[in-house]
Design a protein around this ligand. Sequence first.
Ligand SMILES: C[S@@+](CC[C@H](N)C(=O)[O-])C[C@H]1O[C@@H](n2cnc3c(N)ncnc32)[C@H](O)[C@@H]1O
Length: 236
Amino acid sequence: MPVRTTDVFANILEKMDTSMNPFVMKLVNAQESGDLLVGFGPKLKSHIGAWRNQFPDMPSTDVTRPLIVEIGCHYGHTIADIAVDHPDALFVGIDITFKRVINTAERAKKLGLKNVLSVLANAGGLEHMFAPGEVNGFVTFFPDPWTKKKHAHNRLYSPKFCEAVWQALSPSGFLWLKTDQRPYFDDALSHAAAQGFEVTQSLPVFSDKDYSSYFMRRFQLMGEPWYGQKWVKPLS
Ligand SMILES: C[S@@+](CC[C@H](N)C(=O)[O-])C[C@H]1O[C@@H](n2cnc3c(N)ncnc32)[C@H](O)[C@@H]1O
């Protein structure tokens, strides 16, 4: 039976035959039962401005907890590593595939992490997901490069994306990119600079600590180069 929604967060559910992908019903059931910390669909609309309240086992009275969002969290390797190191911060992992959203939530559960929420959403609609200033940092490791010119409109980094990140970030919030694609990297640098982001060596919340990812390890094994940049939204 198709799961239908007109919601921007889950337009990928539209016209989907749930019998084709076992992870669809897994996600639906997990959100309903609360067995895994996951989110998708129209329910996410109520999270805008209230993402810090979506972690049932983290006391919501502490409104100062850093809220960090990883876009393209894949199977949850990076977000889990970071969340283990920062038990008082809150993490939202966003991915566009059902399987990866479930896998991320299962990884977090296996590690006993209460501070990781795995969300099915299309980051192309980031501007609709967060209240202004709600987020303290965005992690974007190895976004799909879409190297062909005719596919360039699918790239995560664009002037629109940088503006959405800027709006969602608190003052001194950060944006962190890693990519294996030099042209992608160069474009991202210019979009971020045009938006007003400032390059930094040391990130608020994470300090100087580096984190790897599934794709980063793959490129390292193959001896391929990769490029990284950290930016902050200046205080004024
Ligand atoms: C190349 S993988 C990188 C995964 C991981 N960040 C890493 O470095 O190992 C890109 C990830 O982004 C996800 N993704 C692609 N487009 C997306 C979108 N529009 N919104 C959210 N996630 C997306 C993919 O499903 C995939 O998990």
